[in-house]
Every structure is written in C-alpha cells, then in structure tokens.
Design a protein around this ligand. Structure first.
Ligand code: GRF
Length: 205
C-alpha cells in the first residue's frame, strides 16, 4: 500500500492534528502525516507535532501583508517540496484564495465544528445555543472556494443539553471531531470518498 502523504495546516493548539497523527500510526492507515505547517510561529500544536516526530514548518503570514498570493505561493512550494498528496486544515485560521484552492482541488479537507450547512463561519457553538438547536456536531468536507461549502465527507451529531454552555458544547463536539477527521481522511486516502465537481456547490461558478 502506498500511503498518501498528508500535510496538516494549523494555527493553534492542534488537537485535531494530534488525532490525525495518532490515527496515522496504525500500520494499515492509508495516509502518513509528513508535515505540520503553521501560519503562526507561536502555535501550540507545533511543539506537539515536533514531539511526535513530525516535520514542522512555520510560514508566518505577517511579512506577506496583503499579498495573500505570495503567502500561498510559499505554502504551495513547501507542500510540493514535501511531495504532499492531501492537505488537512485543522484550525487553520487563514482563508485560502481561489488560486490555491484550484491548484489543490479535491485534495484539501477541512473540519468544521457544526453540522453543515448549518452555522458556517465562526462562533458555531454560541450560534447553535442562541438558535436553540437540539442537535449540533461536526463536519469534514472538501474545501471549495465558497467557505464551509464543499462536499461533505463525514458528519456526526451530538445532542445539545439544556445545561450546555459554549464551553461544554464545544468540548462534546471536539470529541466527535477527533473521531470523524481521521475516519474521513482514511476514506479519502483509500479512495472511498472522492471529490466530484458535480457535488461541488461552487463548481457552477
Ligand atoms: C476545531 O474546533 C475545528 O473544528 C475548528 O478549529 C478548531 C481547532 O481546534 N476548525 P484544534 O486546533 O484542532 O484543537
């Protein structure tokens, strides 16, 4: 079995990144994590990845200023240097341009802490509570130009309890995230889940 080479892109603590690293230790897992890349030098996940023996790279977005294309060119160069097949966004707080997404079409996965298409964007737990949602959850999807709108690979729900705060709900959802992200990556890496442009809601552009 030729394992898919995966880069995980982070900006923060990297708990989903760790879930992917742990899962990829299994002999029969069809993907290996070859690179963890952060756009923030201080991301806590960098230390965790380093401890796990994974190559880490920082591409600080700040010197690039408004030049997102130059930032993404550097990102692209790094991914190609490491011969990456698949890119997993895991708390990567940088919107990607259509240039980058087109270059990696069907090869970028993202985890979103909500049951898409509900609650796209930020502050999903607060918004789910405010909306009185009875169910909440997490979704892994392919990345397309439109934020949080690509074809869904895996999704799982959790109940919202009357006593929930933003923190307790986030913690319950995070447990789900750590389970479905490795499972979704497995499905993409072994070819059970494929990106189909006809399922790409942005494909009609
Ligand atoms: C997760 O909740 C993920 O769904 C969202 O950002 C958070 C990242 O957490 N995209 P972590 O860095 O993986 O711990």
């Amino acid at each position: 079995m030729t394992k898919k080479r995966v880069a995980v892109l982070i900006s923060g603590r990297g708990s989903n990144m760790m879930a992917l690293i742990e899962a990829a230790k299994a002999k029969d897992y069809p993907a290996e994590i070859v690179l963890v890349l952060s756009n923030r030098p201080g991301a806590a996940g960098l230390g965790r990845a380093h401890q796990a023996g994974i190559a880490t790279v920082v591409i600080d977005y700040r010197p690039f200023g408004e030049d997102r294309r130059a930032f993404e060119q550097a990102l692209d160069d790094e991914l190609r240097w490491h011969r990456v097949d698949l890119v997993c966004l895991a708390g990567f707080l940088r919107l990607l341009t259509s240039w980058f997404i087109a270059r990696w079409r069907g090869q970028i996965l993202n985890i979103h802490p909500a049951l898409l298409p509900q609650f796209k964007g930020l502050h999903t737990h607060r918004r789910a509570l405010d909306a009185g949602a009875k169910q909440h959850g997490a979704t892994v999807h392919f990345v397309v130009e439109k934020t949080d709108s690509g074809p869904i690979i895996a999704q799982e729900s959790v109940p919202v309890l009357p006593s929930d705060t933003e923190e307790t709900l986030a913690a319950r959802v995070l447990q789900i995230e750590h389970r479905i992200y490795p499972e979704a990556l497995r499905m993409v890496a072994d070819g059970r889940a494929t990106f189909s442009p006809s399922r790409d809601p942005a494909g009609a552009r």
